[in-house]
Each structure stands twice: as C-alpha cells, then as structure tokens.
Design a protein around this ligand. Sequence first.
Ligand SMILES: [Zn+2]
Length: 147
Amino acid sequence: MSDKIVFEGLNICREKMEDFTPPDLYWLSSEDCELDQSMDYCFECAEKQAKILTAELKAEVYVDGGYALDGNDTIALCEECGILLNYTLSASGVKSELDHYLKKNTKIDLNNEEECYSFIAILDCYNDYLSLNNRLLKLAKLILESK
Ligand SMILES: [Zn+2]
C-alpha cells in the first residue's frame, strides 16, 4: 500500500516534468594550483569560470566532471547561474529536504519542474534509508493531494 503511494507520487512528478532534464554537474581542476573543488557548475558556466581563472591565476584551469552527483547532502545548483543540476540525495540530504517540505504551510508546487525534480530525487530514496520511510510517505501523500 505505502509503496503504491510513493510510486504514484513519483509518476505524478515525472509526468509534470515532461522532458525537463537537469544538466550534469562539472567542477574546476588544475594541476598547477589549489582550487575550491566544492563549487558545482553547469558546463557553460564551468567553461567560462575556467577561462577567467586561467587568466587570473596564470595557471591552467580545466573543466572536470560531467555526470550526476551521487549522494549529495543538499540539492545541487550551479554556483554561477543557479540552474538545478543532476544529483541524487544522501540520507542527510533527504532528511533536510523532508524537513523543508513537511514544514507546516510549505507549498507543494507541482507546476515547477525543478521542484518536481527535487521530489523525484527525494521519493527515489524510498527504502534506501528505512528510518526516513514514514516521512517520505507523508511527502508522497502531500504530492497526491496537490495534484
Ligand atoms: Zn551555470
């Protein structure tokens, strides 16, 4: 029964998202100098930043990465343009997202593709972290009610 609710919630979000796919995640690397590799970028912004830093630091800075970020503690956004990036959530990531969405009066907006993507990232973790299942179920119910 509960599995079915989560499954339905996922389906609703997938339908709403239509063909929205978040871009993969990139970061900057250099053999010549220390860089903050915790900064996440979309490809376009990573390329721009690499050029700027290469000039500024007089070191060869290049674009690294190019895949979905696995087990992230927060949702992943491009540092420059703020676009949502391709990611999956860790247990603590799911927990903080649930804290946010299960707060009283938080609106579940299924017309926002990025929100739908976040819901999918959360609901996809059903059964991954068993202690969170009850709260995941609550979110799935809220999604069904907001349809
Ligand atoms: Zn960007």
